[in-house]
Design a protein around this ligand. Structure first.
Ligand code: SF4
Ligand code: SF4
Length: 619
């Protein structure tokens, strides 16, 4: 079964009016949550939150489906009606038409609860006439019973041990029509839906409908009074019980003394009156010396009626209805009926269900007060949060029932702070954007320069006759020139056509292991290898390897010694080296051999010239 109160998150605007208005703090908002939740264990079923929720996000459990099912089941159904029908159905011309409408729904019996009001009123009369120094709180209103059980459990013993007229009526119906009769109660208080669940089979009520739900069924069943004949309630009929919706209706029913000089019952009505009078009763019952007739007032207002206003008009309608009923009233018959049921057991027990919350740590409350911008002794608030004081509000924050955001000035301050930090953040963002743009432009220019440098490098590399390759520490080629590709052979030349410069190719797969080891050595040790000749079959490669970036990038210059241009330069270079290295020796030999020495030098220089010009200068 659905809980009594539910919240439709699709409709909820998070205004938190319900939290502020709930008299027992049964609606909570958790830190970080957007939507409130109803703690049903704390709820007393007053329905105030529902009438206060303007987006109509809050509602009570609708039981029309169960009623429809029951009415169509073919089982015997008795509908029992609260006398508040007079205030709700002012649009129905006569109560007998209304009864006919109920019968059209499929009810076999239609009874009024007024008779049970009369019975219970007389039970109160008896109870109050023999109190033996004890004073009672009347227990016919389920909201009051819930409130005392949950928030004033010390007063359980003062709750009059009598069932409500609804339950009394159900007991009478079961006695009258048998235990199998199905009962639908119709009335204005949503708390009756939960009250009906408290009692066993003897008082079983199968469905509780409010007036808006009943109107829904009339509409679904297309029931219109103009199509129907008059039909009256089934007996036993009530007498002054029709006045039950009025705050002192039950007292009037039993003609109890209401004279303020002599009466021993005080009547109060309304949310605030309930809270204050019950607290006072607990504190001062020994001085007050009166019974308390307290009602929340939902019989003429609350979400179980189609409209909540016009209380005076509704009272007038109730009184008018009661008077009209009494026009053709057979008091004697009523009295006999009453006597027939007064000996039934209408007593009941109530049980404490303590929902009072422990006081939180005062240090935490103090901390929260300062968070709210209030001093410890500065506790009178603006009431905007729904609390009488900032301290009460802070106490409930500490209990985890509400959040500081419900305080408008706190929320406003936070919004201001938030806006200020947002402004700072935006400024920072603008600066960061500008810096980013500049960095982007620099990076673009650098990138272009790198590309240009790389193109220039490549162009210069291409001009060299020697093969040049640059690799990283994973032996992947970063750059190479055509002379290098040519040294590697045809296969590499084909790859070069697809991937110019063999960029990304694995040097390990392209080069002889002997040369590869030299690259590994240079990359690992950071040394330079200069002009090392390596023979590969018929070929001699002259290899120089040097570090470009230590342990990361190395470059190699490889020359095929068979290439004519290499041979020529190499011979010149090497002869020059011979000349240089042996110059001293040659000079010594020349000194010893005279003219012969200069002939040797001449001869060697002619070889160099030959290689430079391509013709023999000695001829
Ligand atoms: S009053 Fe209604 S709309 Fe406002 S927070 Fe409560 S449920 Fe949501
Ligand atoms: S029905 Fe009453 S007690 Fe329950 S949550 Fe709503 S306002 Fe609070």
């Amino acid at each position: 079964m659905e809980p009594l109160i539910n919240i439709n998150k699709q409709k909820c605007t998070s205004c938190y009016t319900c939290i502020r208005i709930c008299p027992v703090k049964a609606i909570q908002i958790k830190a970080g949550d957007q939507y409130p939740i109803v703690k049903m264990n704390r709820c007393i079923g007053c329905g105030t939150c529902i009438t206060a929720c303007s987006p109509k996000a809050m509602n009570f459990r609708n039981e029309t489906a169960e009623a429809r099912q029951l009415l169509k089941s073919g089982k015997d159904v008795a509908i029992i009606c609260s006398p508040s029908i007079s205030a709700e159905f002012a649009d129905v011309s006569d109560h007998r038409k209304f009864v006919a409408m109920l019968r059209s729904l499929g009810a076999k019996f239609v009874n009024e609860v007024s008779f049970a009001v009369d019975v219970i009123a007389y039970k109160y009369l008896n109870l109050f006439s023999d109190v033996k120094g004890k004073f009672y709180i009347m227990s016919y209103d389920p909201v009051i019973v819930n409130y005392i059980e949950k928030y004033h459990p010390n007063l359980i013993g003062n709750l009059a041990p009598l069932v409500s007229p609804m339950i009394a009526c159900a007991l009478i119906m079961h006695k009258l029509y048998g235990k199998d009769i199905k009962i639908i109660y119709i009335g204005p208080e949503i708390a009756r839906k939960e009250e009906a669940l408290r009692f066993g089979d003897a008082a079983r009520i199968d469905v509780v409908l409010t007036f808006p739900e009943l109107r829904q069924l009339f509409s679904e069943f297309s029931i219109d009074e103009s199509m129907l004949e008059y039909s009256d309630f089934d007996p036993p009929l009530g007498y002054k019980g029709s006045l039950f919706p009025l705050s002192n209706g039950i007292i009037q029913s039993a003609d109890m003394d209401e004279n303020r000089l002599t009466a021993d019952i005080i009547t109060v009505e309304g949310q605030q009156a309930m809270i204050e009078s019950i607290q006072e009763f607990e504190n001062n019952v020994k001085l007050i010396h009166r019974h308390l007739n307290v009602t929340y007032g939902n019989a003429l207002s609350g979400p179980g009626l189609s409209n909540q206003g016009n209380k005076l008009l509704k009272e007038h309608l109730v009184i008018k209805y009661a008077n009209r009923r009494l026009n053709n009233f057979f008091r004697h018959e009523w009295y006999n009926n009453l006597q027939g049921y007064l000996d039934m057991d209408f007593t009941c027990q109530f049980r404490a269900d303590d929902q009072r919350l422990p006081e939180p740590d005062p240090r935490k409350v103090k901390e929260i007060l300062s968070q709210l911008g209030r001093k410890e002794d500065d506790v009178i608030g603006c009431n905007e949060c729904g609390y009488n004081s900032c301290r009460e509000f802070a106490t409930d924050i500490a209990r985890g029932l509400v959040t500081p955001e419900m305080c408008t000035s706190y929320a406003f301050r936070n919004t201001m702070n938030f806006e200020e930090s947002l402004r700072h953040l935006n400024e920072k963002l603008a600066l960061t954007r500008k810096a980013l743009k500049e960095a982007e432009e620099n990076a673009r220019q650098e990138h272009e320069a790198v590309i240009q440098a790389s193109e220039l490098n490549q162009a210069m590399l291409e001009k060299l006759h020697a093969g040049v390759v640059i690799v990283n520490n994973k032996m992947k080629i970063l750059q190479s020139n055509s002379a290098f590709v040519k040294i590697l052979g045809e296969e590499a030349e084909e790859i070069n056509e697809v991937i110019p410069g063999l960029v990304g190719a694995d040097l390990k797969k392209l080069l002889n292991p002997g040369i590869l080891n030299l690259f590994t050595y240079v990359l690992n040790d950071g040394d330079t290898i200069e002009s090392r000749d390596i023979r590969l079959g018929e070929t001699v490669l002259n290899v120089s390897i040097f570090t470009i970036r230590k342990n990361k990038v190395a470059g190699g210059i490889i020359r095929d010694m068979r290439a004519p241009e290499v041979q020529k330069t190499e011979v010149i270079k090497r002869i020059s080296e011979v000349i240089d290295k042996n110059l001293e020796m040659v000079q010594k030999i020349g000194f010893l051999m005279g003219e012969g020495a200069s002939d040797i030098e001449k001869m060697l220089n002619s070889i160099i010239e030959f290689y430079n010009t391509g013709k023999d200068s000695t001829s």
